[in-house]
Design a protein around this ligand. Structure first.
Ligand code: BDR
Ligand code: CA
Length: 305
């Protein structure tokens, strides 16, 4: 199988850290670039965290620092879930390598246009960088195979009743991305919240290898769920959906982003019955097979060195 050229836009973030670790070692993907954005914590911290992970695994993937705040809205982080650093619980030591000397949007443009094969974009954070990219360099769209993202929800949100964190953080950016005309798969919170790891799996993870040991320490500081109810692996689901799509079911539909002020701000409004739209703009995950997700998680972790 030829590898999928992949770019991950991220805000590590403990579940982001797992998704990145998996992507660095998965044989089906060629991770070409990591771009960072303000989200779970500030962009300085998310960039430092991405660099720490790449260094920890002794990999060569470039990291480019992106936007420090949403397009229009004021920035609010989510350190209560991921800790002050965004990846509390493990000491990665001092960072030895810098981020690229160019902004994430420039790095995205260069990497996408230089690729001989269409690139897959995986945003697992607010869509600020991606929206700016499409506004500044719309020519990149032709060389993007797909956007596969973690964000939104077909049910309730986690930041407000209506909105999921990544979309709530920058709804205007999400609106631009969902209207971009690029094939888009949305792995939403209603599905990712069911992909939980229980104590039984966490005990196996901690002793499996060096990466598992690190995850175990991060998980002990992660407030996305609990050891009792299970830890939510939101962003890892987007990666699973890319490399193991049969674990999920999907439906094509139209998704609109609510950008108005008020309690629905940041909501992903899916027209599942297509009553109000002629054309679809997204394929949304409806279910994940949790047993198979857990098996896949452990198999994939075993590859992370
Ligand atoms: C999303 O928000 C962030 O806190 C997580 O990293 C994930 O991307 C879940 O709502
Ligand atoms: Ca994230």
């Amino acid at each position: 199988m030829t590898q999928i050229p992949l770019i991950i836009d991220t805000d590590p973030g403990i579940d982001d850290a797992v998704a990145l670790s998996f992507a660095l070692f998965h044989p089906d993907v060629d991770l070409r670039l990591i771009t960072t954005v303000a989200g779970n914590v500030s962009v300085s911290k998310t960039t430092a965290n991405a660099l720490k992970l790449v260094q920890y695994f002794d990999q060569d993937v470039p990291v480019a620092r992106g936007c420090s705040e949403p397009l229009i809205k004021a920035f609010e982080d989510c350190a209560d879930i991921h800790g002050e650093s965004g990846m509390d619980g493990f000491d990665f030591g001092e960072i030895k390598k810098d981020a690229l000397p160019i902004h994430a949007v420039e790095a995205l443009r260069e990497t996408i246009l230089a690729s001989e094969k269409k690139v897959t974009l995986m945003p697992i954070a607010a869509l600020t960088n991606i929206a700016l990219l499409f506004k500044m360099y719309p020519e990149v769209k032709e060389n993007i195979a797909e956007i596969i993202l973690m964000g939104g929800s077909l049910a309730r949100g986690n930041t407000t009743t209506a909105a999921e964190f990544n979309i709530f953080t920058d709804p205007e950016a999400a609106d631009i991305v969902f209207k971009a005309g690029i094939p888009l798969r949305m792995i939403g919170l209603d599905v990712t919240s069911t992909a939980v790891l229980m104590k039984e799996q966490i005990d196996q993870i901690k002793t499996l290898n060096r990466a598992g040991e690190m995850f175990g320490k991060l998980f002990s500081h992660y407030r996305g769920g609990s050891m009792k109810t299970g830890l939510k692996m939101h962003d890892v689901c987007a990666f699973a959906a890319l490399v193991e799509p049969e674990i999920f079911t999907f439906q094509k539909t139209h998704v609109a982003i609510e950008t108005g002020d008020g309690p629905a701000n940041g909501m992903t409004v899916a027209d599942l019955k297509m009553k109000y739209h002629q054309n679809t703009n997204a394929s949304v995950a409806l279910t994940v097979d949790v047993t198979r997700f857990r098996e896949w998680f452990l198999e994939t972790l075993a590859r992370v060195k």
